[in-house]
Write a protein that binds this ligand. Structure first.
Ligand code: NAP
Ligand code: MG
Length: 484
């Protein structure tokens, strides 16, 4: 009987089929409603981080291409989009939302192939939320007078938008949907390692018959991003990415009349009091740090456990972690997929090494990792203090730094003691503690007795070095209008 399958720990493979998706060998730039070759004819590859295999090639846009895209966006803004009745603009955005919903399976698979995230997450979170964002802002297009009673909301013009690799399509939706709803036109640059769903979105936008030039998508590296930021005919820059690049962009924009929003890094405190529902909290903590391999700006990456329950919580976390399945992103059983790139994997390893050097205790789950591809085991690091790099710096991987606390004031002080202020979470049975914590922790988003809940109607954004401005909800309209 020894060869019987242990159903508690072994699952049959359940890979998502890739038969029906189409990835072209090469994608050019999407400018003025057409796919055009880059001026210098340069392309770079994008690959699947779970297999280290090339998926396709995308164009590298230089300053001439960016200039062409900005000119197309300007023309579309002046001649078509800003003049169109808002209700008609709304119809186009609704159409994009519906088409995205119809093709969600294809988008989910491509997102998982290009970026490494589990298909369950791209299928159930990324793509539905991206469609929901288009639906939500489509609804605002002809209701701006209700968003800003007594004021007139004028679009700004051309928006330059730059997004990271952790939620590629979702970040594109967060950027494009509110900009279009308010009457702006856009030029968007996806991240170097995850350009494919943005190029698929370009195809969809072409099919949706959006007037040429309203949305332009240009691929390239950081240099292409900086060409967009410094282009003189851009009215607004919307950036999501690291704090380092955010600071560079802020410097580049100083003294100009361009408006900007910066959605940057985070190092969220996830706090559990001894009166919390512990099993639910453990599930929330696991989701808070291991969702999307920890490549999440609002990940609950610092855990603070009230001293009396530390042993129990850590033991339950380890048991839960050992049950997580790390592996093929396209397998529907997979909980943790591939790390997005070799560069990111090296960064995680480097930070863990520093954690060990500074005296931290490392615990890694017992799972086996695939032979190829970039993978990292779910990791806990304890015996650390506030000054350690693993507590201060964003690791952006499946790594949870654990500390304990005794009093509420102590944990508030510790939670606020990083340069970041994006998100946070608290688990307790007492409403009074929730109110005190949420008022005194300087973070743009706070979750109580839950974590990682997103909704297009809810604003998202940070304090301190986590950036400025809000995306989502009514607040997400402000950065795209001038109120008169
Ligand atoms: P990143 O290196 O800052 O890159 C973000 C984007 O900016 C990419 O498209 C990148 O191009 C481009 N870029 C790089 N250098 C540039 C420059 N000098 N000028 C203009 N654009 C430039 O960040 P990442 O590593 O892709 O993303 C991870 C970071 O994003 C994390 O810190 C995470 O916390 C943050 N994030 C924040 C939020 C939020 O809402 N607050 C949401 C998601 C992610 P390349 O791809 O070619 O490098
Ligand atoms: Mg890729």
């Amino acid at each position: 009987m020894t060869d019987q399958i242990d159903f508690a720990t072994e699952y049959a493979l359940a890979p998502e089929s890739t038969d029906h998706i189409e990835i072209k060998d090469r994608y050019s730039l999407f400018i003025n409603g057409e796919f055009v070759k880059p001026e210098r004819g340069k392309y770079f590859k994008t690959s699947n981080p779970a297999k280290e295999e090339k998926l396709s090639e995308v164009a590298e846009a230089d300053s001439v291409d960016v200039d062409n895209a900005v000119n197309a966006a300007r023309k579309a803004y002046e001649n078509t989009w800003s003049k169109m009745p808002p209700k008609e603009r709304g119809k186009y955005i609704f159409r994009i939302a519906r088409m995205l919903q119809e093709r969600s399976r294809e988008f989910a698979i491509i997102e998982s192939l290009d970026g490494g995230k589990p298909i369950r997450e791209s299928r159930d979170v990324d793509i539905p939320l991206a469609a929901a964002h288009f639906f939500y802002y489509a609804g605002w297009a002809d209701k701006l007078e209700y968003a800003f009673p007594g004021r007139k909301a004028k679009p700004l013009g051309v928006a330059g938008q730059i997004i990271p690799w952790n939620f590629p399509l979702l970040m594109a939706a967060w950027k494009i949907a509110p900009a279009l709803a308010c009457g702006n036109t856009v030029i968007l640059k996806p991240a170097e390692t995850t350009p494919l769903t943005a190029m698929k979105l370009a195809e969809l936008i072409q099919e949706a018959d959006l007037p040429p030039g309203v949305v332009n998508i240009v691929t390239g590296a950081g240099k292409t991003g900086s060409e967009i930021v410094s282009h003189p005919d851009i009215n607004k820059v919307a950036f999501t990415g690291s704090t380092v690049v955010g600071k560079m962009i802020q410097k580049a924009l100083a003294g100009s009349s361009k408006k900007y929003t910066l959605e940057l890094g985070g190092k969220a405190a996830h706090i559990i009091f001894d009166d919390a529902a512990i099993n639910q909290a453990v599930e929330g903590i696991i989701n808070g740090i291991f969702f999307n391999q920890g490549h999440v700006c609002c990940a609950g990456s610092r855990l603070y456990i009230q001293e009396g329950i530390a042993e129990e919580v850590i033991s339950k976390l380890k048991t839960r972690m050992d049950a997580l399945i790390v592996g093929d992103p396209l397998d529907k059983n997979t909980d943790i997929g591939a790390i997005n790139s070799k560069m990111q994997l090296d960064k995680i390893k480097d930070l863990i090494q520093s954690g060990e050097d500074e005296g931290g205790n490392i615990y890694q789950s017992e799972c086996a990792l695939p032979k190829n591809g970039y993978f990292y085991k779910p990791t806990l690091i304890s015996n650390v203090s506030q000054s350690h790099r693993v507590v201060q710096e964003e690791i952006f991987g499946p790594v949870l730094a654990i500390q304990t606390f005794r009093t509420i004031d102590e944990v508030i002080e510790k939670a606020n003691n990083t340069p970041y202020g994006l998100s946070g979470g608290v688990w307790t049975d007492k409403g009074a503690k929730i109110f005190k914590i949420t008022q005194q922790i300087r973070a743009g988003i706070m979750w109580a007795n839950t974590f990682n809940k997103f909704d297009p109607a809810s604003p998202f954004g940070g304090y301190k070095e986590s950036g400025m401005g809000r995306e989502g909800g009514l607040h997400g309209l402000y950065p795209y209008v001038e109120l008169i």
